[in-house]
Design a protein around this ligand. Sequence first.
Ligand code: BTN
Length: 264
Amino acid sequence: MINVSDLNPEKIKTGLTSSVIGSEVLVFGEVASTNDLAKDRLVKNSPEGLTVVADSQTRGRGRLGRAWHSAPGLGLYFSVLLRPRIDARHLPRLALMASVAVADAIGEFAGATKLKWPNDVLLNGKKTCGILAEYCKTESSEGVVVGIGVNVNHRLDQLPEEFRSAATSLFIENGEPVNRAEVLRSILERLDAEYRDFLSHGEELLVEKWTERTDMFGKQITVTRGPTSFRGTAMGLDRSGNLAVLTEDGSRLSFESGEVTLNG
Ligand code: BTN
């Protein structure tokens, strides 16, 4: 394990007020994927709240089998281990919960954020954060790893070319470099508060909070699932966090996963 200049555990933990999330913080230089490291720890019975942070990833994973661009010195790439007592099929709710926390934290550093289903955080309509929650169960251990990637100090030319029209960073939006440890600390604190709220109040409040932070409802969207696309109006989330869509022929569809694009 190495200390990466602006990302050493002391810097991250100094002043951290959370009670569970970030109870232990491990910082690495280059790793394959922080989700994989956090899963290893989960199997070894590390405590809830353990946070694995890396300066860069060689095999950062995104949703739907995609890669997550994880260049050194620029972004935040980290995974948090949770052990909620919820059914594995409710995993998407934890990713929704994390997106609410990240949206509020990033808002402190780069202005108003919006959420796009299922758990993208947007600045100025462009993606600045992605979340990948993975369930893990072995004979001796069970839990969830919530992996979070944030574009922090990237210039536009440091984002992969194919994403430049749809992605952004905190730096691109506010014109100032941001200290990664400060952003991380703020995310961990908000995650701690949202997680406690979720455990005590459940999905209804979560869906309410998520809905307050999006502007996609009422808009025309396309949901893509593998080779199939559906066009319609985004209507809202049900209590499981599934997306309700009213299609052009009047049918109501409910999506558990998929990729949303706003039409027009
Ligand atoms: C998405 O596709 O929007 C989700 C991206 C999640 C990326 C993060 S970076 C830290 C953690 N480790 C990974 O391999 N993936 C997640």
